[in-house]
Design a protein. Structure first.
Length: 130
């Protein structure tokens, strides 16, 4: 079982036929190993913000369990790839500086904007009920 889980997460003798040509294998392994530190950093950022990690942990646990009970194939890892990319994006968002036109300015514009006129459809629906 450990070999199957290790093979899916590229930790134990990856299947050379899965990757195709050697340069594709290098790119895939490099992308996966390069993503892991960003995913760990993203998980730490979310934990520090007191945001729940339960959906991500559940995804990793479900993939690990299904691989352990069946067979090790890279296609089972796709949900974990998506979760790790999400965590990596959280880490990059925490590290990269915000621009001058960041989120705060757009919020101010919405508050300062005049109130929107009510929808004519809602007005018609309200008048017919009376």
């Amino acid at each position: 079982m450990a070999a199957r889980v290790g093979r899916v997460f590229e930790l134990y003798r990856p299947d050379p036929f899965t990757f195709g040509r050697p340069w594709v294998r290098v790119l895939m392994l490099g992308g996966w190993y390069g993503l892991i530190p960003f995913a760990i950093a993203g998980a730490l950022v979310l934990r520090r913000r007191r945001t729940t990690l339960l959906p991500i942990v559940a995804t990793v646990a479900a993939v690990t369990t299904s691989v352990a009970l069946t067979w090790g194939s890279l296609r089972f890892r796709v949900p974990v790839d998506v979760a790790f990319v999400l965590l990596g994006a959280v880490a990059l968002d925490a590290v990269l500086p915000k621009s001058k036109r960041g989120r705060g300015e757009s919020r101010r514009r919405r508050v300062d904007a005049p109130p929107a006129s009510p929808s004519p459809i809602l007005e018609q629906a309200g008048s017919s009920d009376r």
